[in-house]
Design a binder for this molecule. Structure first.
Ligand SMILES: [Zn+2]
Length: 279
């Protein structure tokens, strides 16, 4: 379940392995681009945009990929065993003289003209980890639909790009409101904190192997993944319910005491995960 920080880390690894080098191997295993041959071209850079990865290649081309649920880019040295999954899950191979990048289970893989990247990522709001980060615009985007539940507004990448379900739950906890609170009902002073808080959390986790929102060692998250366990602040058992628009439900955690606002009635879910897909 990649969030902006995970994509940022993947991007940095890819950039380190490929940027400035000539491709000696190119294999895109999606029907539309199966015949594309990128060998002989230099990789210019690899850049994150929200949860999207843009690999820019000499000649005005961009390889756009998205990890969605369990996709991954792995980097191997010559002779190293590939361990990212069975061969049929490989969607892309980009090789240079000394590194091979292998993209596994990529639900989105397309070759675009760099000049047309906006077609793929132009819908995204300000990027929490990007050079175009704009807290005022992010907040204005979020408040455009005041009736929308806070949790859903935070996940909508058109508002601001980079927040996934883990950070959604943690941000709502830090704001002291439930993910079901209509965002327009968030007190103004807390709404004003929202963009900065979100950016701080993602930035703090950009280089960390284990995500941490609490600042405490060994106690990495406040509520996410902690159903029925005591709240770190008030010891009340953390609750779990699905949140979504019906097409995509995500397991959502909150403390019923520390967080005020509407929430599903207790007993609507028994602490079990559903098989619904979520990003
Ligand atoms: Zn609590």
């Amino acid at each position: 379940m990649p969030e902006g920080d995970t994509v940022w880390q993947a991007t940095r690894r890819l950039h380190g392995a490929l940027a400035g080098k000539v491709l000696t191997r190119s294999d895109l295993r999606v029907p539309r681009f199966a015949t594309a041959d990128l060998t002989g071209r230099t990789v210019l850079d690899v850049t994150p945009r929200g949860k999207h990865l843009l690999t820019r290649i000499e000649g005005g081309l961009t390889l756009h990929s998205h990890l969605r649920m369990d996709g991954a880019w792995k980097i191997y040295t010559p002779g190293q065993r590939w361990t990212g999954g069975p061969g049929h899950q490989i969607r892309a191979i980009l090789g240079t003289a000394d590194r091979t990048a292998v993209g596994y289970r990529l639900p989105v893989l397309e070759l675009l003209r760099t000049a047309e990247e906006d077609r793929a990522v132009g819908h995204l709001g300000p990027d929490l980890l990007g050079p175009d980060w704009d807290p005022d615009r992010a907040l204005a985007n979020l408040l455009r639909d005041p009736a929308r539940p806070l949790g859903e507004a935070l996940l909508d990448q058109r508002n601001l790009a980079g927040i996934g379900n883990v950070f959604k739950c943690e941000i709502c906890f830090l704001l002291g409101v439930t993910p079901w609170l209509p965002i327009g009902e968030l007190p103004a002073e807390r709404a004003a904190l929202l963009p900065g808080l979100s950016q701080k959390l993602l930035e703090a986790n950009r280089d960390r192997p284990v995500r941490n929102t609490t600042g405490l060692r060994g106690k990495d998250l406040f509520v996410y993944g902690r159903a029925s366990r005591p709240c770190r602040r008030c010891r009340t058992p953390v609750r779990l319910a699905d949140q979504g628009d019906g097409s995509r439900e995500r397991p959502t955690y909150w403390c019923p005491v520390c967080q005020t606002g509407p929430a599903p009635a207790p007993g609507t879910r028994n602490g079990r995960r559903t098989s619904a897909p979520y990003i």
